[in-house]
Design a protein around this ligand. Structure first.
Ligand code: ADP
Ligand code: MG
Length: 380
């Protein structure tokens, strides 16, 4: 982690490469999902928190499109006609195309990007980027765009243009999060509740990139569709797996073959857990919230089969050393483990878990903490 804030980095890179200051400076946060994993594409609830770590976009008026990220500091000429798959420019082209269709694009722009969100670690650096870009570019075009439109633009850019089969959780929290609050987002109804949360969330990075696992995620999505079809054959009339109640579960789990019965059980119990977690959060019941996180991890490990050895190790060690709870967060098969730690024990727990992980896997896991940050905002 660099000491210089991404806002300063984006601004000084802009000045250096484009010879003047940016006209707009916008930031949007990464996010950590407290609970509700794989429920978003099954019509269920999610409970994300915006990170204090943010991606900053600086933009200035220009006749053509040029962009640089501190990621590689390479100046690139960009065109909406040329999608650049495999490069970060794909996200910019995606946003430009969607804004173009909506008549919200500036004529051209000079853009710099800097970020303190870990990239490809399940903490949504991609939505931080697209939401910040959407707000910066519409701002440059002289528009004040409501957050709902920014969510649509960012989601369409990533989903339709870049081609990632993502739900809307990441864009929604990047746009709408409030400092000191988690966001309960019912993806089935679109309902949003801001739930006060002033605690710290610890992140233990497994160091395993989730990028290799797009195939696994797509497979799980298909398995959920098949499971829904099998439930309908059992006389269940719902639009999505998350609509199935806990009371229906024992019968359906007996009727469905594996692995579909396992996928079903994860989605239905996770939906129930996530709503209970939002209530525990509102009541300030850290012990109950922690228990639900651990149950959620067990469900990912055994029923959704989306965990990995490093994550299982971190969760087990954190709980054994006194964490209220911990679980793998993000799509899975790598990424980060989140943990809730009693403040008086946090330093000791972090040190013990890091040391045990080092002995087991031969490297130190990166560990850091955040509180609930706010959504997209102008930085000047
Ligand atoms: P996650 O959203 O979990 O971090 P993704 O694979 O969805 O992982 O998105 C990561 C991609 O987003 C990167 O490979 C890069 O293309 C783009 N990206 C994110 N942050 C930046 C940044 N600061 N500069 C340039 N590209 C970025
Ligand atoms: Mg992403």
């Amino acid at each position: 982690m660099t000491q210089v804030s991404p806002g300063r980095q984006a601004t000084s890179l802009f000045q250096e490469r484009f010879g003047s200051g940016p006209a707009v400076l916008v930031s949007a946060p990464g996010r950590v999902n407290l609970l509700g994993e794989h429920t978003d594409y099954n019509g269920g609830p999610v409970l994300p928190v915006a990170l204090e770590r943010r991606t900053v976009v600086a933009a200035g008026h220009a006749d053509r499109w040029r962009a640089i990220s501190t990621l590689d500091e390479m100046m690139r000429e960009v065109s909406p006609e040329r999608m650049e798959h495999g490069s970060w420019i794909a996200y910019l082209v995606g946003v430009m195309r969607v804004l173009g269709r909506k008549g919200l694009n500036p004529r051209g722009a000079s853009v710099t990007v800097a970020s303190s969100v870990p990239i490809g670690a399940g903490l949504s650096s991609s939505a931080a980027l697209t939401v910040a870009l959407a707000r910066a570019l519409t701002g440059l075009a002289g528009r004040k765009t409501p957050p709902e439109v920014l969510i649509d633009v960012a989601w369409e850019a990533e989903h339709d243009e870049v081609g990632v089969a993502c739900g809307r959780m990441d864009q929604t929290v990047a746009a709408l999060a409030r400092p000191g609050h988690a966001l309960l987002f019912e993806t089935g109804s679109g309902g949003i509740t801001h739930v006060p949360y002033d605690g710290k969330i610890w992140l233990f990075q497994t160091g395993v990139s989730h990028r290799l696992t797009g195939g696994q995620l797509n497979l799980r999505r298909k398995e959920c569709e098949v499971a829904l079809g099998l439930c309908r054959e059992q006389g269940i009339t719902v639009h999505a797996l998350a609509e199935i109640g806990m009371e229906e579960l024992p019968r359906l789990v007996r009727a469905l073959p594996v692995p579909w019965s396992q996928r079903l059980r994860h989605i239905v119990t996770e939906t129930d857990r996530t709503r209970r977690a939002a209530r525990a959060l509102a009541a300030g019941d850290s012990a109950q919230l922690g228990r639900l996180l651990v149950e959620g991890h067990e469900s990912l490990r055994l029923d959704y089969q989306s965990s990995c050895a490093e994550a299982d190790f971190l969760v087990e060690a954190a709980v054994r050393h006194g964490a209220w709870g911990a679980r793998l967060t993000g799509a899975g098969w790598g990424g980060a483990v989140l943990a809730l730690l009693p403040p008086e024990k946090e330093a000791r727990i972090v040190a013990e878990v890091q040391e045990e992980f080092r002995r087991q896997f031969g490297r130190m896991p990166e560990v850091w903490a955040t509180r609930a940050g706010g959504g997209v905002r102008s930085e000047k």
